[in-house]
Write a protein of this length. Structure first.
Length: 78
């Protein structure tokens, strides 16, 4: 995460917003302490890393398997 002081962030605000739109997270500091963070509106998730792969492949099964039937609680005590 990049860090900028309030003064730097103020003078470069448009450029920082462009970086945030591209997915960057930016911390804004005052007197050495983070007072704000600029983050993308839609946070990235791990699945985003594989999205292109999934779109290109028709043979990938993304269905979750059915849950196994519940076991009888009484049989677990034996």
């Amino acid at each position: 995460m990049k860090t900028f002081t309030v003064v730097e962030a103020k003078s470069r605000f448009s450029a920082l917003l462009a970086e945030v739109e591209a997915g960057a997270e930016i911390a804004v500091t005052r007197h050495g302490k983070i007072v704000a963070r600029l983050v993308p509106d839609h946070p990235s998730v791990a699945a985003d890393a594989f999205r292109d792969f999934w779109i290109e492949k028709d043979d990938i099964d993304l269905q979750a398997p059915e849950d196994a039937p519940a076991e009888d609680v009484a049989s677990m005590d034996d």
